[in-house]
Design a protein around this ligand. Structure first.
Ligand SMILES: C[S@@+](CC[C@H](N)C(=O)[O-])C[C@H]1O[C@@H](n2cnc3c(N)ncnc32)[C@H](O)[C@@H]1O
Length: 208
C-alpha cells in the first residue's frame, strides 16, 4: 500500500462519505438492520450512529484498512453501539465468520471499491442465515448515457485517487449476478453532488 492509500485517501474518502445527501442515504437503510449484523468495509464507522441499538444484538465491522479501523474505533466511543461492535481486519472476499451466522449484511458505498465483488457477495450469501437480508446503498453507473460516458472517462483517474472506487459498477446488476433478488430497490441522483459520482441505488435484497 502506497503513502496516498495509507495516509491521504482515508480522510478524503471519509469526508466524501459524510456529505449531507450521503448521510440521508444512510438514514434510509442502516436503521433497518437487525439481529447479528455484518457490515462489510465499515470504513471510518460513519454508519454507526444510524443503527438502532435495540434491534442489533451484535455488529461485526469488517474493514481491511487499519487506518480506517482506527478512525472507526474513535467514532464508536461516542456511539450507543459501543459494546456491541467487534472489528475484523479483513477483506469482504474472505469473511472470518461461520456460515448462516448473520441476520443482516450492511453494504454501503463499498461495492464500488471491493476488488473482487463476486467473491464478496458470495461470502455475504454464505454467512447470511436463511431469510437474512442485505441492506445496501451504493453509488454507481448512471442510467443516462451522457453521464455514463463521463463516468467511463473519469474512472481511470478517479479510481487511484479515491481508494480504488469505481464509478461504473451497476449496483442492482451486481447484486443480481451475485445471487440476490431485490425486495425493494430505489435509485436517484443525489442533490448537490456531481452526477458522475451521485447516482445512488438503495434497498434490501435476499439470497435468490
Ligand atoms: C468509500 S469507503 C466506504 C466506507 C463505509 N462503507 C461507508 O459507508 O462510509 C470504502 C471502504 O471499502 C474498504 N475496502 C476496500 N477494499 C475492501 C475489501 N476487499 N473488502 C471490504 N472493504 C474494502 C475501504 O478500506 C474503505 O473503508
Amino acid at each position: 500500500m502506497g503513502l496516498w492509500e495509507r495516509y491521504v485517501a482515508p480522510p478524503l474518502v471519509s469526508a466524501a462519505c459524510s456529505t449531507k445527501p450521503i448521510r440521508k442515504q444512510r438514514e434510509k437503510v442502516v436503521p433497518l438492520a437487525e439481529g447479528v449484523v455484518l457490515e462489510i468495509g465499515c470504513g471510518s464507522g460513519t454508519n454507526f450512529p444510524y443503527y438502532t441499538p435495540e434491534k442489533v444484538t451484535r455488529l461485526h465491522a469488517l474493514e481491511p484498512s487499519p487506518g480506517m479501523i482506527a478512525r472507526a474505533r474513535k467514532a464508536l466511543n461516542a456511539s450507543p453501539m459501543a459494546g456491541k461492535v467487534d472489528f475484523m481486519e479483513a477483506g469482504a472476499e474472505a469473511v472470518p465468520l461461520d456460515e448462516a451466522s448473520v441476520d443482516t449484511v450492511m453494504i454501503t458505498f463499498v461495492l464500488c471499491t471491493i476488488p473482487d465483488w463476486e467473491a464478496a457477495l458470495s461470502e455475504a450469501r454464505r454467512v447470511l442465515k436463511p431469510g437474512g437480508k442485505v441492506l445496501f446503498s451504493e453509488h454507481g453507473l448512471a442510467p443516462d448515457e451522457g453521464v455514463a460516458k463521463w463516468q467511463r472517462r473519469i474512472e481511470p483517474v478517479w479510481k487511484p485517487l479515491a481508494g480504488g472506487c469505481h464509478l461504473t459498477r451497476n449496483t442492482a446488476a451486481l447484486l443480481g449476478a451475485g445471487g440476490f433478488e431485490m425486495d425493494r430497490v430505489e435509485s436517484m441522483y443525489l442533490p448537490s453532488t456531481p452526477k458522475f459520482a451521485g447516482f445512488v441505488t438503495w434497498g434490501s435484497a435476499k439470497a435468490a
